[in-house]
Write a protein that binds this ligand. Structure first.
Ligand code: SAM
Length: 289
């Protein structure tokens, strides 16, 4: 039987936590989504769910988990708060065989679950602010790439994921994400839709896997290394960032400048202006040095 808890009610949430003798923790970014329409919108983005293997990062007390289970998904949920885990296990979803709860820091636990279960069909979560970008970057760097990922994130992190060249938000995170995914902002969620309300707005981001990555596997490592160099200091030119980075120490000044010339990129350009086409030209120029 599905737990029928009034997730839109801050009073009910407080009473539940008090009945277990604990409170919410700021350090774990615990802001519950108390808008049923926002929760429904997120669930709609995940469809079809029936029979799908879904990872949920930070289920809290199960506001979204319950919708997944109602939709017959097979859920693996990663939650750091031992008190919430007790509520999920003992009160919300006892005897629920479609839910596996992984207790602990998701950044530490996910990799062994990945080793055991492989890539899930979907990853999603209303991510705590402090681990949003690092969590997504870890999945991407480890090539744990489900067909779709849907995250509720601080607006600024969502903007970085979906940014394009020329924008201030265009960064290594945008590039890392866009190599394998098309990114779409599905909706904006006001701070007032959470309890307690954070002082920033959030966005729901849907990431849909590309049929082919934008960067070939053979040059992926070199590509990512060069991106680290290029974006080390945004205000510096590509020339200076490369010369002071790994590329400079590996190849020396002359070859770095030759690669820039071969790729037809002015030495005085800034990385934030370069799109995938130019970046790929540059990586290919380095690859043949
Ligand atoms: N999913 C719930 C909702 O939408 O109402 C709660 C979302 S709340 C923003 C973030 C959740 O992530 C909290 O339950 C928090 O305890 C959990 N959390 C924070 N850091 C975590 C970590 N490193 N690993 C796993 N869970 C974490």
């Amino acid at each position: 039987m599905i737990w029928d808890f009034p997730y839109d009610s801050p009073n009910a949430i407080i009473a539940l936590l008090e009945s277990h003798g604990f409170a919410m923790s700021k350090k774990f970014g615990q802001n519950f989504l108390i808008s049923s329409s926002a929760r429904q919108k997120i669930t709609d983005c995940l469809q079809p769910l029936t029979g799908r293997r879904v990872w949920e990062i930070g289920p809290g007390i199960g506001a979204l988990t319950t919708l997944l289970l109602q939709n017959e998904a097979q859920v693996t949920a990663f939650e750091i708060d031992h008190g919430f885990c007790r509520i999920l296990r003992e009160e919300a979803f006892p005897n629920e065989d479609k839910l596996i709860l992984i207790e602990g820091d998701a950044l530490k636990t996910w990799h062994s679950i990945y080793g055991q279960e492989g890539v899930p069909d979907l990853i999603f979560g209303n991510l705590p602010y402090n681990i949003g970008s690092i969590c997504i970057a870890r999945f991407l760097e480890s090539q744990c790439l489900p067909q779709r990922m849907v995250f509720t994130l601080q607006k600024e992190v969502g903007e970085r994921l979906g940014a394009g060249p020329g924008s201030k938000a265009w960064s290594t995170l945008s590039i890392l994400a866009q190599i394998d995914y098309q990114i779409e902002q599905v909706s904006l969620i006001k701070g007032s839709a959470f309890f307690p309300p954070p002082n920033v707005d959030s966005v729901v981001i849907r990431m849909e896997k590309r049929p082919q990555p934008l960067v070939k596997v053979a040059i992926r490592e070199l590509f990512l290394q060069l991106m680290d160099d290029l974006f080390t200091q945004r205000r510096k030119t590509v020339r200076n960032n490369l010369l002071h980075g790994k590329a400079g120490s590996r190849h020396g000044k002359e070859l770095v400048l030759q690669a820039l010339a071969d790729a037809d990129i002015p030495e005085s350009e800034r990385a934030e202006k370069l799109g995938f086409e130019e970046l790929l030209r540059l990586v290919e120029a380095f690859a043949i040095l």
